[in-house]
Design a protein around this ligand. Sequence first.
Ligand code: IMP
Length: 428
Amino acid sequence: MSGQNFNLAVIGAQWGDEGKGKIVDLLCEDFDVVARYQGGHNAGHTVKFGDKHYTLKLIPSGIFHRDKLCILGNGMVIDPQALLEEIGTLQNVGVTIEENLKISDSAHVILPYHKALDLAREEAAGDGKIGTTGRGIGPAYETKVSRYGIRVADLLDRDVLREKIEFACAEKNSVLSGVYHKETFDPAKLYESYLEYAEQLAPRITSGTVLINEQIRAGKRVMFEGAQATMLDIDHGTYPFVTSSNCTVGGICTGLGVAPKHIHRVYGVAKAYTTRVGGGAFPTELNDAHGEHLRKRGNEFGTVTGRPRRTGWLDLAVLRTAIMLNGVDAVALTKLDVLDEFDEIPVCTEYNVRGERWRTFPAFAVAHHDFKPVYRTFKGWKSPTAGVTSYDDLPPLAKDYVRFIEEETECAVGIISTGPRREETVVR
Ligand code: IMP
């Protein structure tokens, strides 16, 4: 891929946690700009840098490469306190964060009442809860769509900020106390703390859309870093068990102000099996010893919340859907090594939904969970692939597994990840 002049999107092809951070970090060298276009600090991108693991929540994974410009796009929802903490943590371990991190003035701001509403609703929903990360993401996007949101640019205007916080507090407080019997927020205190955040963030605030388009016009290469994933997309995912943004490729155009003609290639990142955190449909879920093995061996615990992830076999209907929706050019298949010890590895090739065959994910079936996965079972390779860096060195049965994915999805597997480190990767 080196030396080629194109912009690349890296997008989750399942329910998140596919290892996008590692893929972005790996491919970063060939790019000048890394931009996030949706989500907020619900994301947890793990990057192994040197011999340390870092978790990035808001900042693009390109930040570890000094010469990359990192942009937080207008489609994001940003908690200033969380962002300042993340900047501080990275700076403390020697990561340079100066002119290389910019924030779009049109991104929306998360306030503490968003978080309180997120938590209160989840509590009230009982067993029907979404299982959100509790960071206020959904309520912040709701406020944005209601047209009463506070944008990053508003942080720089004292009068506008005060007015908007007072107006929002009146409404949010009445819902918090009246509907959910929770504590309310003092607008004057919020104003004071957000003025402080504004002061610290001011030098990084810019017109994100102008900045990224100038970079593109100047021939710089841009990587668009997706957060969450296709099946968590507000429009295309397993609604209502989704996040509140467009994680799929279209989110790049709206979430950064970039025209479609500037998105040249798309990598879909998928684990060699499947996981999801929180509630909602998961047709290939395993609630047995195999599922437990995937969780332990794959260290499947949430990066942001520490919750154990739900685990299951690879689902090709999900992968085909992600490839279709995002126009995926190549799949990055991660955590192949987690399957090393299985005697048999079933793969879901399609669903039977009320007697009908479905080779992509049927939105209508989500409400009743009435899809029966149809499996093709592979013989396990039972030998270590951990750390393998060349395709030729993979066991023949592991190659069969990869080839089958390619045939069934009609999409090439361009990268195979065999461990968390940058070098534990097969690039084909
Ligand atoms: P929210 O984005 O916090 O509103 O959570 C909505 C759903 O998306 C929940 O099921 C979360 O577990 C899931 N989710 C949000 N961010 C991530 C992520 O980065 N990885 C995996 N799941 C996520």
